[in-house]
Design a protein around this ligand. Sequence first.
Ligand code: DC
Length: 223
Amino acid sequence: MIVAIDGPAGSGKTTIAKLVAKRLGFFYLDTGAIYRAFTLKLIRLGFPIDDLKKICDILDSTSIDIRDGRLFLDGEDVTELIRDPEVDKRVSLVAKIAKVRERLLPFQRRLVSGKNAVVEGRDMGTVVFPKAEVKVFLTASLEERARRRHKELIQRGKNLSFDEVLEDLQKRDEIDSNREVAPLKIASDAIIIDTTGKTIDEVVEEVVSIVLQRYKGDSILST
Ligand code: DC
């Protein structure tokens, strides 16, 4: 069973998806982390964003692995490094490249094959898992999303102004929503949850109850 959670940057996807997966005893997959890891690798190699052949060659020789909630890029644990503001700034430029998406698509499906999973990203319900049993689209106002992201960055010791964070989110939204391949959009059968002004617990409860309602009677809980 797949629970697909999509939404824009800062909508609370990662926090919510992780907690929902924990509650249900499901495997959790953050697909943004995969795009972030590859972006980090490109940054380290001089960010050859206009050289498609080079990008594909690099991708072919890259290994991305997820073990115990940690993400490994060519064997190195980059779980924290992929959240750097430099990666934030550039990841959308990498994620809009059709060839990159094409190559990462089967990889994402393989990672959850045969598992009950909560998957989060931008195109989970529309492209990667169009048959997901539950589809949720999380959203929140731009200001609220920027406020959350700013707080998170400050907590991690990154000294960015609120306006910088807001501007960066706006840019990412624009690129993610307007790209030709698999843009951020709401699947026709997704349930929309606006998380503005809601607590994390409230949203987790809402998503878990959607899953349980859909599967009333079926034993999907691991505990
Ligand atoms: O969810 P996130 O902020 O970690 O995602 C980082 C970027 O990756 C985001 O700006 C768009 C891209 N992304 C994507 O294009 N498709 C996905 N399924 C997940 C993320």
